[in-house]
Design a protein around this ligand. Structure first.
Ligand code: LLP
Length: 386
């Protein structure tokens, strides 16, 4: 959606800030993912954590995607939105007993287990229910994702997964737990990965691991590569659809496997980021001693990524204007980290102008908070602007 295409007249009647979702772009994105995964017989489990808005979840479920959940709340949301339980996976280092029960009762596909104590608890809860739980072991492959430290997960120092040196003993332990069935391995090394070579490195590492186990007669029927495909935050119009073709091709080309091995993916950001925009109003233009501030009615309570990860989001003044000026774009929260952008050249702004903060569909609405007792904003959809 280029700036000319935002329905600005309709926006004027809506209380700001709000999230706006371009449902046509989401449809287009989902169709491409569907097409590419079908080519290779891969399964995509949409990572609910990226955006759990029920309208979006229903749409994504309607394309036959599975779901990747990291909490009991997400498992419930996935089931309510109509995701097929047989395609729901459940990861996370700290699954509480009630969350494990919710997932077992829902009949999910598998748990991605991150420690032996967790496997033991799933085993005992499954035993008490008289069911067998399918599990994959989340392996920490020690592959550098070359992304922001706060969204890197696949290094030995990270809390996620089982380290390679401990993997054989962990497999043996799980084999001995009678209510668990080990059906595969799971990997997720980080997020916002834009260099496909990183995924090639992951594939090589996985080949090494599965090769070693195959030599001793152990096969894994399911290999789950997590998510992580990055998007173009600099140019959301030029890069409206991430390179799914290239991404899935890497795995088809690089993963050594028999025809009965199933490959799974858990993309979140790449699915929903570009279809979402945070629309906010300029409250004041403040002339400082060295800076000019555009003070918006949205803050890090509505989009925390710049404050939390120093993330870049493209910003546009969609109301005016012919001339340009340089602003620090800031929110109203009483914290000095409540800054969306520094020294950003934008259309000259005045009170009441609407700003579009782009690529906010992933980790935007879902990470919103009520800090400073702010209201959670509403979401609006291009196909139903009411
Ligand atoms: N699978 C697992 C096990 C994960 O931990 C994650 C993300 C995903 C899949 C989906 O990754 P994606 O395809 O979205 O990169 N709030 C941060 C991102 C945190 C990602 C956490 N895990 C941000 O705004 O950049």
């Amino acid at each position: 959606m280029s700036k000319e295409n935002f329905p600005i007249e309709s926006f004027k009647a809506i209380q700001t800030p709000f999230y706006y979702y371009d449902m046509e772009l989401l449809d287009e994105t989902l169709s491409i993912i569907k097409e590419e995964t079908a080519k290779y017989g891969f399964t995509e489990h949409y990572a609910i954590k990226a955006n759990a808005n029920p309208t979006l979840l229903k749409k994504i479920a309607s394309y036959g995607f599975g779901a990747d959940c990291v909490s009991g709340g997400e498992v419930k949301a996935a089931l309510e939105a109509g995701f097929d339980p047989a395609k729901i996976v459940f990861a996370g280092v700290g699954k509480a007993d009630w969350e494990i029960e919710t997932a077992l009762d829902g009949g999910i596909f598998c748990f991605n287990v991150e420690s032996v104590p967790e496997a033991e608890i799933i085993n005992s809860i499954a035993g008490a229910k008289g069911v067998k739980a399918s599990v994959e072991i989340r392996v920490n492959p020690n592959v550098d994702a070359h992304t922001h430290a706060k969204i890197t997960t696949g290094l030995s120092e990270n809390k996620f997964g089982i380290n390679l040196s401990q993997l054989p003993q962990v497999i043996e332990k799980i084999d001995n737990l009678e209510n668990l069935e080990l059906i595969g391995l799971h990997f997720h090394i980080g997020s916002q990965i834009t260099d496909l070579k990183v995924f090639e490195a992951l594939c090589s590492k996985v080949n090494e691991i599965t090769g070693e186990f195959a030599a001793s007669g152990r096969m894994f029927k399911n290999l789950n590569f997590g998510g992580g495909l990055g998007i173009d935050y600099q140019d959301p119009d030029g890069g409206r659809i991430p390179d799914f073709k290239g991404y899935f091709k890497v795995f088809d080309t690089c993963v050594k496997r028999n025809s009965d091995v199933k490959l799974h993916f858990e993309l979140g950001r790449a699915v929903v980021a570009q279809c979402g925009t945070l629309i906010s109003k300029v409250l004041y233009i403040k002339e400082g001693e060295v800076k000019k501030f555009a003070i918006l009615d949205a803050g890090f309570t509505e989009l925390i990524r710049p404050a939390m990860y120093d993330a870049y989001h493209s910003i546009e003044n969609i109301t005016s204007s012919d001339t340009e000026e340089v602003y620090d774009v800031v929110g109203p929260i009483c914290e000095s980290s409540d800054v969306f952008a520094k020294d950003r050249k934008l259309g000259k702004a005045k009170r009441g102008d609407l700003f579009a903060l782009r690529s906010a569909g992933a980790y935007g609405e879902v990470m919103a908070s009520q800090y400073n007792l702010r209201q959670l904003p509403k979401a609006y959809f291009s196909n139903n602007l009411k």
